[in-house]
Ligand binder design. Structure first.
Ligand code: S3P
Length: 171
């Protein structure tokens, strides 16, 4: 089984994905990290020097690799993956897609300064601009994210509750 976690930047896809994979004894793929490792550059540098389209192409290649792999795998996608071309329908074909939904306010309060700095789309915004940008951007992305097979409202659940919920989906 292949599980794709989707959702906005900072909603917890990577840290939850790693824990779910460990619990369910599945392989773990963090898309941003794999791309950074292969390119030998950070996501911000890839955006800066190669451009967003190049990065989105790398994300799509990785989805196709996951499709071909025989392993059970948990994939933490980058927040922009669902909005690109037909990535959402492709991921829905390949496996089970789970959307981790959180409010902009909650994400803003969870994001560390480093977490803001490393994301090219959030860098340089002050607190007020950050929440405003995320609210608007999230609303634009919602129609893509909500194509997921499962949508989970995360704000009132602990990490442990979320992990249990998602592991039970895998069974
Ligand atoms: C992006 C999300 C990031 C990363 C890049 C672009 C986006 O991933 O892929 O900065 O467009 O939402 P995370 O969701 O892991 O932050």
């Amino acid at each position: 089984m292949k599980l794709f976690l989707v959702g906005y930047m900072g909603c917890g896809k990577s840290s939850l994905g790693r824990k779910i994979a460990r619990r369910a004894e599945m392989r773990f793929v963090d898309m941003d990290s794999v791309i950074e490792e292969r390119e030998g550059a950070s996501v911000s540098d890839i955006f800066r020097y190669e451009g967003e389209e190049y990065f989105r192409g790398k994300e799509r290649e990785l989805i196709e690799e996951v499709a071909l792999s025989v392993d059970d795998v948990v994939v933490s996608t980058g927040g922009g993956v669902p909005t690109w071309q037909d990535n959402m329908s492709r991921m829905n074909e390949i496996g089970v897609v789970v959307y981790l939904r959180r409010t902009a306010e909650r994400i803003a309060s969870r994001l560390s300064p480093h977490g803001r700095q490393k994301r090219p789309k959030l860098r340089g915004l002050n607190d007020e601009e950050l929440v405003r940008f995320m609210r608007e951007n999230m609303a634009e992305r919602e129609p893509f994210y909500s194509q997921a097979r499962y949508c989970i409202d995360c704000d009132n659940l602990s990490d442990e509750e979320l992990i249990e919920k998602i592991v039970s989906i895998l069974k």
